[in-house]
Write a protein that binds this ligand. Structure first.
Ligand SMILES: [Zn+2]
Length: 383
């Protein structure tokens, strides 16, 4: 109580003298490392229990002077002892690793009443389907999971729908030659997503947009979508495919695209790295990026060359045989085809956040346009 009374009476001291005291405190702190972190509490102890101050014989005169000054500074600044010392025992406990903001419509961050409220506004949910797999020396293993979730969240900020990530890993057996990759069978993935969708459908999220964020999951997602449509009261679509329907009418007004040579740039290449630089910038180590030396298996060489010339048939058969698990004997797993891990003939170090933003903005705009159109053309699916 004495401390509080004194604080109260001293608060009228001019801000100029407070500033001078704090400056003095700062100067002392520079000379006595660690003092600032302990001084105020000890200073307060002086007021409450002078005899304790007196028993600290080992404390140098300078330290005592500093502590007294710290006390004065704290008092003149009008701070309560607890507020003046954030590192003290009374400070709020904050996990130093927690940096996330609460994100709107992101299921893991929501309370059940917030979900209940959202259900009054929408019956739609985006489920990203990602992977935990290597992305070269520069990209995080969570790239597909993280980018898919971030894209879903960007969409959900523009059109009011839920985003519910279910699994981090996906189907990535052909990346297993690199450390850290986790792969699940298509049967497991299918079962988990169908059961998760059934839970969401039961709560009222009857329209489900699966966002395939890893091409290795494409066929599995197609099957999951069909199972939900065939077996449950829910209605599912694949969101990349849905967004494409928004882009296609524009394409038909322009001349048909000519097949032209395109650089081979898929997994972990410039396109995907650019997305990551925009979506999860601090997780990309661009300085570690190295161009991959690609080894195309002999039986795929001519197909690869035709694909490089823009031949769509060659692309289809190349993708059917390439990027398959080592155990298949096709010699086309990532480790067998790429020393760095990416599947691209471009230098990933040339990726830019600006390019990632352009691609992301276009996809988000198309996805939002599709979702809004679906909301208009079909009323919500009620029980
Ligand atoms: Zn990826």
């Amino acid at each position: 109580m004495r401390v509080e009374g004194r604080l109260h009476s001293e608060r009228r001291v001019s801000s100029a003298s407070s500033a001078l005291s704090i400056l003095f405190l700062g100067l002392l702190s520079n000379h006595l490392p660690g003092l600032a972190s302990m001084g105020v509490c000890q200073g307060v102890m002086v007021v409450q229990s002078p005899e304790r101050w007196a028993t600290r014989d080992s404390m140098s005169k300078l330290s005592r002077a500093a502590n007294a000054s710290i006390l004065i500074a704290a008092v003149l600044a009008g701070a309560s002892p607890g507020k003046a010392q954030p590192a003290g025992p009374a400070a709020a406990a904050v996990n130093p690793l927690w940096t996330q903001q609460k994100i709107k419509n992101y299921l893991p961050h929501m309370t059940w009443p917030e979900v209940e409220d959202l259900l009054k506004r929408t019956d739609m949910v985006i489920i990203p389907v990602g992977a935990l797999e290597q992305h070269g020396r520069h990209g995080p293993i969570g790239t597909d999971y993280l980018n898919g979730t971030e894209k879903g969240l960007l969409i959900a900020q523009k059109t009011d729908v839920l985003v519910a990530p279910i699994l981090l890993p996906g189907q990535s057996p052909y990346h297993m030659g690199f450390p850290g990759v986790i792969t699940l069978s298509s049967e497991t993935i299918e079962r988990v997503y169908v059961e998760a969708a059934q839970s969401l459908i039961r709560h009222g999220f009857k329209r489900i947009l699966f966002l395939t964020a890893h091409s290795g999951n494409e066929a599995t997602v197609r099957f999951i979508v069909d199972r939900i449509n065939q077996e449950t009261p829910g209605i599912a679509v694949e969101l990349n495919q849905a967004a494409q329907t928004v882009r296609e009418p524009r394409a038909t007004t322009s001349p048909p695209p000519q097949a032209k040579p395109r650089p081979f740039d898929r997994h972990g290449g410039v396109g995907e790295t650019s997305d990551s630089l925009y979506l999860t910038p601090n997780l990309v180590d661009l300085g570690a990026a190295r161009m991959a030396h690609l080894t195309v298996p002999p039986q795929l060489k001519s197909t690869y060359e035709r694909m490089q010339q823009g031949d769509r048939a060659a692309e289809l058969v190349f993708l059917a045989e390439a990027l398959k698990a080592k155990e298949t004997g096709k010699h086309s797993s990532t480790r067998e085809m790429s020393d760095m891990g990416q599947w691209s003939e471009l230098d990933p170090a040339t990726a830019t956040a600006a390019a990632g933003q352009t691609a992301t903005d276009r996809f988000v705009a198309d996805a939002v346009a599709f979702i809004d159109d679906w909301k208009r053309m079909r009323p919500r699916v009620d029980p």
